[in-house]
Each structure stands twice: as structure tokens, then as C-alpha cells.
Design a protein around this ligand. Structure first.
Ligand SMILES: *[C@@H]1O[C@H](CO)[C@@H](O)[C@H](O)[C@H]1NC(C)=O
Ligand SMILES: *[C@@H]1O[C@H](CO)[C@@H](O)[C@H](O)[C@H]1NC(C)=O
Ligand SMILES: *[C@@H]1O[C@H](CO)[C@@H](O)[C@H](O)[C@H]1NC(C)=O
Length: 835
């Protein structure tokens, strides 16, 4: 029983760390020696519970259970008569009453000085008990050279090649018996490449470190880490092959113990619970167990499919498939595949990466041999089954016959080249390629799948977008078509009913709103029959005139339909160009080119502006209007009757060229149809021919009438509806009377000045009177008008024009008027509603 009290240590034992000849250590149950730092103690003890055997040992003072060294482990003192002392020869001996003069245990060295007088004994803080001799303090003996079961830091294990001393640790026999047990941990001196072996007896290997690879053992990859708490040094020189370790942090206490259960364990002391904790053991992993998978087997700790970690090396198959596959016992190992014998010229090697190299007992080491030479070396010897090559220094290991105890070491190990038959290699390469190809294929699949998904999403998005946009478009077009299909479709050419708006520009309402500053008053150019006209400016700076149809005007919608469907097709220098339209949110908008000079009426009926209009300009305007009308009536693909030609519907551009606008009332005549009978009559009083105003009959000659009125207005500078002679006679009547009286110069606008070609002006008045004749068939066509204007030819005399007098209550001047014609019997009763 180990009974130590610190008090007694201080009071009665002199607390010495040395033993001298005069100062033996008696087994009095209280005395012991303490290292100078107070870490280790040396004295007699009895292990376990019942044993009365006394041993001399070294233990940690803070934990008296922890004996790290035993002197007389195989020769206990049966009683408490033991004395530890230095004898005359300078040896440390244990004597007891029963042993007589022969010591129970002795350091058994021959003192160098010849006499033991100069030898002293000291217990160090490393746990080493030293015998030093003489002035030079030559170490003649130390407990570290004779370890028991514990490997302490600074303690060297291994072989001193000069003295032949081999240091290794051996387990206790049992917890109660520190005698030499069967488990040992030592450097394997048989191997070509030294490694450490934990084994039972002398053959039964339990665990091996694998050869030293520069920074650590092949099988202990964590040793290569720089933050590993132990620093291990391995020396393999002609003098010695040895290994020591120190803690990188001195405050951590650690020891390696070969314990009697057959487990090698590294323990660290934890102050927090005052316990030793197993930091690592040789039984941590299944694959740690020596030769777990047998010869030519490979233990892979990462195998997750099953608890069975064994695989065969390339070119090998399980020795016993029953053991291997059914019992899941790999210890029988693998054998070379029957049909794949090696030892041919064409043999090859398959690389096994991160392998803990096989047991080196069957290996041969060749220094200064590179990889290629190593391969050749192995290939040239049929017994060679594998090779590994390492640099710094260059060396080559070849294994012969059985390959034992191979495992994979995650993040460690080395490349092991296993010899295989040529066919095996070929198959392997093929499978590797196919694996690569598979990987590639998988990558391709993944890429394809991802791209397809991306594409599909893109396509879906596009389709979605397309559908939405298309629907919206279709809805818009439908809306437009509904809006644009005239109620009286018989009067529309078939070609216009199909898809009339395909390449016709439609504007977004937002564009229009932005261009017109949200139809602001300041942008307003004027108020027409069907809505207001606004000046607008598109983003690209193009100026536009926007005709916004009155929302409430159902009537306007139909006019709008016509206007859009017709004007879209027309292009003539004397027609206002329609740039596009917009039908959105009950909003119906026409977009025209913008003409800064506004309407002809604002010139000819304006005191100041009309002075800009000399005869040449007026002639040009008349001719332009006539040409525009010819185009409408016969030159364009469609026969178009304007139905609302008037001065305010003729716009002037910068050079005062006339451009006919507002085709809102135009109707199309089919080729063989000269007249259309309409229910709703739209026009402007003063410009309407009698057959239209009274009977709702309209033909191209009705437009000629309106043209005649405009012509006379241009020449006279007066409105048709302005009053002459007691307010009963209009411009037509006035012109007719003056013409009859031969005073045509009275008709002419005096503001035109005197410089005008008399004949030409008279001719124009003549033409104007021909145009306003009462009977439509008397009036010339517009092309005849142009011809007459241009050519100096004899003209027929005009007959009495229509509407000489201002009508009953037709006091509404220049405004569009809706006239409902109710045909009752043969009489036409015309109801005129001025708006
Ligand atoms: C050494 O270990 C002690 C206790 O674990 C710790 O407190 C200390 O920080 C360590 N020192 C170094 C340098 O790692
Ligand atoms: C041997 O070591 C193992 C692992 O650390 C431990 O569980 C076991 O208790 C030890 N045996 C003895 C007798 O100390
Ligand atoms: C092949 O290797 C074995 C084992 O090391 C050795 O005994 C034998 O002599 C070698 N044979 C040749 C031809 O080198």
C-alpha cells in the first residue's frame, strides 16, 4: 500500500532528490525522494489492492496511482524490509532481509571511475532517475534506458547501435503486478525501414505506425500537422535508431502506456477533473488493427456502405468469398486473381493513393533510387508485389511476397504501386477512363440539365411574356378592329376589312400622354368636330399633332375608324400625313405630322396673315388642294370622298403648301358605286352641296362643291357664310352676281394687292363657280379642275350655283353639324342639329 503524506515528506525525509551512500531510502512506508520541481517521487510502493509485494518505483506526485517506472518489476520485495541504496561499486541496489547480500535489484553497471564514491543518484523532473559519475557527471545509468510500461516525454525508445541497448516499453502483467507483460511497443528493427510496432509477444503485431516519412509516421497523419501537440523526433543513424517526443506545450502532462489489456494509449492529464484521459489509443479505428483485412487486403475507414471496411488490392480477390461477403471477416485477406498471374514482361502497376505502406518486414530498401528505377527494380524481380518511392532522401522500397496491414490514411499515407498483370492494368485503365468518361458524362449531364432547366425557364418566361404581350396586343388589335370596323361595312373595300392595321404604327397611350404633357391645355392647338387637337413632341424630338377624339362621342368613334383605315393608306404631298394612332382605355387618338402654320382659314380670314398670301401663293394653295383631292378621288388605290373639305381642314406647311387634313368623314366608294346613300350625314354648313345637305346623297362631285367654296374663299379672303347684302346672300351668291355683272374684280381679295395676272384669277373664279353649280353632274371632276387650272383652255359657262342664299336658321358658322335625314315618303325632311 502506497502511503505518502506530504507533511511527512517535508518533516522526516529531508525532501531530497538524491540518494547517497550514507543516505539510503528505507521502506518505512513514509520516506521517498522527490524531484526538485516536485513532479515525481521515488520510493517503495505496492501496486493494486491486495498485494503485499514491495516495489521501488517512480510516480507522479500529484497522482500517486500513476507509477511511470518500476525498478524491480520482476523481483518484488515480499515484505517491507527493502532498502534502496548506492553500494560501494556505484550501483543503485535494492536489498532486503530475505535476499541477503545479493541485491533484489541492481543497476548493474561498471563504474567508469572504478570506485563508487563519486557516483551520485538524482531524480529529475522529467521522471528520469540518473546515476552520474565523477566530476564530469557522466551518466552511467538512467531509468529512461530501462523503461517499464510508460513512455515519457524526453524518453528515448530505440536501439543504441554502439552499445546494443534496445529501449522499449512493456506492459505490466496485470494491474496488481508490474512484472514484464506480453505487450510491447518498440522500434521494429527487422524492417528495412524502421517503424514502431505494438505487439503481443514477439510476433503478434497489434498496431504499427508505418515507416517514418519526414515529419511523422505514415500511419499517423496528424503528426504532420504543425499544430499537433507533440513533437516527435526520429533518428536513424549508424549510431542509433531512436524516437523521442516532447510536448509543444510544457504545461500539458502526457505519457504513452502499453497497457496490460493489450492497448497502446496516449494519456493526457486534465487538471479540471484530475484524471488521465486517453488522447489516442491503438484501437481507435477498426483499420488500426494490424492486418485487419489480411494479406493483399486494404482497409478503408471511409467505406460507408457497411461496417465492413475491407477491399482487395488491385488484381486481387477475396481469399474466401464466404468469409469476406457473408461473415464479413476480412482477416483471411485476398489472393491474386486466378486468371491474372504476374511475372510477365508486360506487368504493370496500379497506384493506391494515401496508403499506409504494407508491413516492411517483407520489404527491401534501396537508397538513392528514383521512382523509375524503383519501378524497374520491382518489375525485374518476380517476388516483388509492390513498390513505393520517396524523396529526400531518395529511396525505394520494394515489397516481396505478401503485402500486410495496408489501410488508407485520409490526408496521409503514400502512393503504393501494386503489381498487376497487363490485362488487369488494361482493364483498370479502361475503367478509370470510363470513370473519367462517366465523370465527364455526369458533368455533361449536369451541364445539359442545368442549361436545359435554364433554357426551359427562359423559354417559359418568354412564352409567358409572349403570350401576355400577344394577348395584350391581340386584345388591343381586337379593340381597334372593333373600333375600326365601320358599322356600314358595305361601303368598305374588302381589302380594308382583313388585316388593315398590320403595319400601321400604333402608339402607346403613355407615349402620347408624355408627348402632349398629358393633353395639357397649353398644348392644345384647337377644337375640331370630333375632339381636340394637341401639339406633342415625341422623345426623339419629332413634333406631332395629336387629335384626341371626344370620349363621349360615339359618333366620333366611327369617324375615327374610317379615318384611320383610310388615311393610313394615303400619302400625298398635299395630304396631311397620319403617323399613327392609339386606341387604348377608351381613348382614341390620331397622330399626325405637325404643321406649324395651322389651317388655311387662319390665313385667309385673318387681316394680317392674309397679306402674306399673294396671288402666287393662293394659286399654289388652290392647285395643291385640287391635286390632293384628285389623289383622294382617283389616284389613290381607294376612292375617297372627303365629305368635310373646308378652309380649316386645309393645313399649311412652312412653305405654305396646302395639306388636306381631317379625313374623318371620308367614305369609300366601291368601284362601280358613284353615290352612297347614308343615314347619317356629316358635314359643315356652308361647304355642303345641296344633294348632300338635303338628301344625304354624296358623291365625288359633292367634294368638288366644297372645293369650289374653298377656292372662292381663298380668292376673296371671305367666308362663304359671312354675309353680304342685307345678310341674305353668301359668298357663292355674291360671286355669282358679280360674275354675271362682269365685276369679277369685286370678288378678289383686295389685300392681295394689284399685282396679279388678271386672266389667271378670273379663270380660277370661273372654275370655282363651275364647282359650286347646283347640279352635281354639271360640276367638273377634280382631275378636270386641275386640268382647267393648269391649262389655258376654254371653259363652259357656269350655271346657277347652289345655296346662293344663307339658309333659314343656318346661322351656325363653321362647325360640323350632324344632320339626321328622315325619309318620309318621297320628301326629305332634314333635321339639322348644330353642336
Ligand atoms: C498550454 O496549455 C495550457 C493549458 O491547456 C493553456 O492554458 C496554454 O494557453 C497553452 N499554451 C500554449 C502556448 O499553447
Ligand atoms: C487500457 O487502455 C484502454 C484504452 O484507453 C482503457 O479503456 C483500459 O481501461 C486500459 N486498461 C487498463 C488496465 O488500464
Ligand atoms: C528478388 O527478391 C527477393 C526478395 O528480396 C530476393 O531474395 C531475390 O534474390 C531477388 N531476385 C532477384 C533476381 O533479384
Amino acid at each position: 500500500m502506497l502511503i505518502i503524506c506530504l507533511l511527512s515528506q517535508q518533516l522526516c525525509c529531508n525532501s531530497l532528490d538524491t540518494i547517497t551512500v550514507d543516505n539510503p531510502l528505507k521502506d518505512d512506508g513514509r520516506s521517498f525522494i522527490v524531484s526538485s520541481g516536485g513532479i515525481f517521487g521515488l520510493g517503495f510502493f505496492s501496486p493494486g489492492k491486495s498485494s503485499t509485494n514491495r516495489y521501488v518505483g517512480i510516480w507522479y506526485l500529484f497522482s500517486n496511482q500513476t507509477v511511470v517506472w518500476v525498478a524491480n518489476r520482476d523481483n518484488p520485495v515480499p515484505d517491507s524490509s527493502g532498502v534502496l541504496s548506492l553500494d560501494g561499486t556505484g550501483n543503485l541496489v535494492i536489498l532486503s532481509s530475505s535476499s541477503g547480500s545479493d541485491p533484489v535489484w541492481s543497476t548493474n553497471v561498471n563504474s567508469t571511475s572504478g570506485s563508487g564514491n563519486q557516483v551520485s543518484c538524482q531524480l529529475l523532473d522529467t521522471g528520469n532517475l540518473k546515476l552520474v559519475d565523477g566530476e564530469e557527471e557522466t551518466v552511467v545509468w538512467q531509468s529512461f534506458d530501462h523503461p517499464t510500461d510508460t513512455w515519457l516525454p524526453f524518453m528515448k525508445l530505440g536501439l543504441d547501435r554502439k552499445t546494443g541497448l534496445n529501449r522499449f516499453i512493456t506492459s505490466w502483467k496485470s494491474k496488481d503486478d508490474p512484472g514484464t507483460g506480453e505487450f510491447s511497443y518498440q522500434i521494429d528493427l527487422i524492417s528495412a525501414l524502421p517503424e514502431m510496432i505494438f505487439q503481443q509477444g514477439i510476433t503478434n503485431r497489434i498496431w504499427r505506425t508505418g515507416p517514418w516519412m519526414g515529419r511523422g509516421w505514415v500511419g499517423v497523419p496528424q503528426m504532420a500537422r504543425t499544430d499537433f501537440i507533440f513533437t516527435t523526433s526520429f533518428i536513424n543513424s549508424p549510431d542509433e535508431v531512436s524516437v523521442t517526443y516532447v510536448m509543444s506545450n510544457d504545461s500539458i502532462l502526457t505519457r504513452v502506456v502499453a497497457n496490460e489489456s493489450g492497448i497502446l494509449e496516449r494519456l493526457t492529464w486534465k487538471d479540471s477533473d484530475r484524471q488521465w484521459h486517453a488522447f489516442w489509443t491503438s484501437k481507435t479505428e477498426e483499420c488500426d488493427q494490424y492486418n485487419h483485412c489480411g494479406a493483399f487486403g486494404n482497409c478503408d475507414p471511409q467505406m460507408t456502405q457497411s461496417s465492413f471496411k475491407c477491399i482487395c488490392l488491385p488484381g486481387f480477390e477475396p481469399n474466401s468469398t464466404t468469409d469476406w461477403n457473408t461473415i464479413r471477416d476480412g482477416s483471411d485477406g485476398c489472393v491474386r486473381k486466378k486468371d491474372r498471374p504476374v511475372c510477365g514482361e508486360a506487368d504493370g502497376f496500379i497506384k493506391v493513393e494515401q496508403a499506409k505502406s504494407p508491413d516492411t518486414r517483407v520489404a527491401r530498401l534501396n537508397w538513392n533510387m528514383g521512382v523509375e528505377a524503383c519501378r524497374e527494380e520491382c518489375l525485374n524481380n518476380c517476388t516483388c508485389t509492390a513498390y513505393a518511392s520517396a524523396e529526400d532522401p531518395d529511396h525505394c522500397i520494394t515489397w516481396h511476397e505478401e503485402l500486410l496491414d495496408i489501410r488508407l490514411v485520409q490526408g496521409g499515407g503514400q502512393n503504393l504501386y501494386v503489381r498487376v498483370a497487363a490485362i488487369e492494368l488494361a482493364e483498370y485503365l479502361k475503367s478509370q477512363r470510363s470513370v473519367k468518361v462517366r465523370h465527364k458524362q455526369q458533368m455533361v449531364y449536369i451541364i445539359v440539365i442545368f442549361t436545359s432547366i435554364a433554357l426551359a425557364i427562359g423559354v417559359l418566361f418568354m412564352v409567358y411574356w409572349f403570350i401576355i404581350v400577344k394577348r395584350r396586343k391581340e386584345r388591343k388589335i381586337k379593340e381597334r378592329q372593333i373600333l375600326l370596323t365601320p358599322a356600314d361595312s358595305s361601303s368598305i373595300e374588302p381589302s380594308t376589312t382583313g388585316k388593315p392595321f398590320e403595319d400601321f404604327p400604333f402608339f402607346e397611350l403613355s407615349t402620347i400622354v408624355a408627348a402632349t404633357n398629358n393633353f395639357s391645355i397649353s398644348n392644345k392647338l384647337g377644337q375640331g368636330g370630333f375632339g381636340s387637337v394637341y401639339k406633342g413632341c415625341l422623345k426623339d424630338g419629332v413634333e406631332i399633332a395629336v387629335k384626341r377624339l371626344a370620349k363621349s362621342s360615339h359618333q366620333g368613334i366611327e369617324e375615327f375608324k374610317n379615318e384611320v383605315s383610310l388615311i393610313a393608306k394615303l400619302q400625298h404631298r398635299n395630304l396631311v400625313r397620319l403617323l399613327g394612332c392609339c386606341v387604348e382605355h377608351h381613348e382614341k387618338v390620331l397622330v399626325y405630322e405637325y404643321l406649324p402654320n395651322k389651317g388655311l382659314d387662319s390665313f385667309i380670314f385673318d387681316e394680317e396673315k392674309c397679306s402674306q398670301l399673294n396671288w402666287e401663293k393662293r394659286y399654289n394653295i388652290i392647285l395643291g388642294i385640287a391635286k390632293g383631292m384628285v389623289y383622294l378621288h382617283q389616284d389613290s388605290r381607294l376612292r375617297i370622298i372627303h365629305r368635310d373639305l373646308k378652309a380649316s381642314n386645309v393645313l399649311l406647311d412652312n412653305e405654305l403648301n396646302p395639306k388636306i387634313s381631317d379625313f374623318g368623314m371620308a367614305r369609300i366608294f366601291k368601284g362601280n358605286q358613284n353615290e352612297a346613300n347614308t343615314i347619317r350625314v356629316v358635314g359643315t354648313i356652308g361647304y355642303m352641296p345641296p344633294e348632300y345637305a338635303m338628301g344625304g346623297l354624296y358623291s365625288i362631285r359633292s367634294d368638288v362643291f366644297s372645293f369650289g367654296v374653298v377656292l372662292l374663299e381663298v380668292i376673296s379672303g371671305r367666308k362663304n357664310n359671312s354675309y353680304y347684302r342685307e345678310n341674305t346672300i353668301n359668298l357663292i351668291g355674291h360671286a355669282w352676281e358679280k360674275w354675271k355683272e362682269g365685276k369679277t374684280s369685286d370678288i378678289i381679295d383686295s389685300r392681295m394687292g394689284d399685282l396679279w395676272p388678271n386672266q389667271e384669277v378670273l379663270r380660277c373664279i370661273h372654275i370655282g363657280l363651275l364647282c359650286v353649280q347646283e347640279h352635281a353632274m354639271d360640276r367638273p371632276t377634280m382631275s378636270e379642275v386641275v386640268f382647267m387650272i393648269c391649262k389655258d383652255m376654254s371653259l363652259p359657262s357656269p350655271k346657277q350655283p347652289a345655296f346662293i342664299f344663307n339658309g333659314q336658321d343656318m346661322n351656325a358658322s363653321d362647325s360640323s353639324t350632324s344632320i339626321k335625314v328622315n325619309s318620309i315618303n318621297n320628301l326629305s325632311i332634314t333635321e339639322i342639329i348644330a353642336r
